[in-house]
Design a protein around this ligand. Structure first.
Ligand code: SAH
Ligand code: SF4
Length: 360
């Protein structure tokens, strides 16, 4: 009954019904749920899996999230930051491999000023106007976000992490605020970014009710992207003795998300591949349609350790693209390296600023 309701009228599911479904779904019902999510994804995107080039440009972080290996208090973390030229080199390499979206991610590193990020985004967009730029650099002010948008950034990933206030507050120190995270998401939407929210599955003390709240939250926010991955343990965090999330519960949440937001961009995450070999393939057959291969310089990749044993810290960008392309084709999907905006925005709107145009 609940399963059929979820498949046929997902927007009518109550929080209680979602929670019961998450808690009681049998293996056989999960197969049906995954197939339904796959069908919905096919209706909107066909066989296409978008590839985005991920550049992790700084491992410094001023925040102290209890789950993350980059947290400020982790004195064992290895820190690095890339300058504009190195970031541009990564983009050039990725562009030559065919990538048309660059995802720039970092810890919350205050050594990059508003102008620094503006300059990075503007420089990339000036060199490669036919690309999309996604930022994922944490909580900032409205004016910061507006400046990044004006520079040419198209998208912003800021997972809400946990929609349940109780859970959010349990996994973050008091210095971090649930309300501010949500203010950021609202600002980003208002400014005009394609916005990515998202959450971890299997967090310490997380219940089916909490996960149901995540589905209700994204249903109300209607983000363009939703990043969902298992929580994975990192040895140098306060949660070092907590269990990681499971593949099964992550697949349930991916399927529920696809059914709830049929045309959302939904990555099969690195954390899913870290959890289990071919984890991303399982994500793709459950409704995911984006993969973000790492194109950061090889000598820094092992230093961006959000969790233990992170997948994809070795191998060149070309090698990784090939391996991922094979993985995608093996399960009958096709790689799409185009910009791949959310269906609600089909064209890049960016133009060089007038004063720049005059001088060129
Ligand atoms: N500092 C930025 C972006 C980098 S962290 C931010 O926090 O938004 C990117 C994402 O990694 C986070 O949103 C979080 O959901 C995920 N992450 C961090 N630690 C993790 C862990 N131990 N297991 C799984 N995902 C983790
Ligand atoms: Fe920093 Fe992001 Fe990790 Fe939190 S999740 S410690 S903000 S890098």
């Amino acid at each position: 009954m609940l399963l059929q309701k979820m498949i046929q009228t997902p927007l009518l599911m109550t929080k209680e019904e979602l929670s019961t479904l998450i808690q009681t779904i049998s293996d056989k019902e999960l197969q049906t749920l995954m197939q339904a999510a796959d069908t919905v994804r096919r209706e909107h995107f066909g066989d296409t899996v978008y590839l985005r080039a991920l550049i992790e440009f700084s491992s410094h972080c001023a925040q102290d999230c209890y789950y993350c290996g980059l947290r400020h208090s982790n004195s064992n973390a290895q820190r690095y930051r890339l300058n504009l030229d190195t970031i541009l080199d990564c983009c050039t390499g990725a562009y030559e491999l065919g990538y048309r979206t660059f995802v720039l991610q970092s810890g919350e590193d205050f050594s990059y000023s508003r102008k620094d990020i503006y300059d990075i985004v503007y420089a990339i967009k000036s060199s490669y106007p036919d690309t999309a730029i996604t930022l994922s650099i944490g909580e900032k002010s409205y004016d910061d976000y507006k400046a990044y948008f004006d520079a040419g950034a198209d998208r912003y990933l800021l997972r809400h992490e946990a929609a349940s206030r109780r859970l959010y507050e349990l996994i973050h120190p008091e210095t971090m605020s649930y309300d501010n995270r949500h203010r950021c998401l609202r600002d980003l939407k208002e400014i005009g970014f394609q916005v990515g929210a998202g959450f971890m599955v299997g967090l310490p003390t997380q219940t089916a009710d909490d996960l149901a709240e995540d589905i209700i939250f994204i249903r109300n926010l209607r983000p363009h992207m939703v990043g969902i991955g298992p929580y994975l343990t990192h040895k140098d965090t306060p949660f070092c003795d907590k269990n990681s999330g499971t593949l099964r519960e992550t697949l349930i949440m991916l399927a529920l998300t696809r059914l709830t937001l049929p045309d959302v961009l939904l990555p099969a995450t690195t954390s899913l591949e870290t959890l289990e070999d071919s984890g991303r393939s399982k994500g793709l057959i459950t409704g995911a349609n984006v993969i973000m291969p790492n194109v950061s310089p090889q000598n820094v990749r092992k230093k961006y350790m959000l969790y233990d044993n992170k997948f994809g810290t070795t191998g060149g960008a070309e090698e990784m693209k090939l391996a991922i392309t094979n993985q995608i084709q093996e399960i009958g999907f096709n790689v799409d390296m185009q910009v791949g905006h959310h269906p609600s925005r089909s064209k890049t709107k960016w133009q060089k600023h007038p004063e720049e145009k005059e001088s060129t």
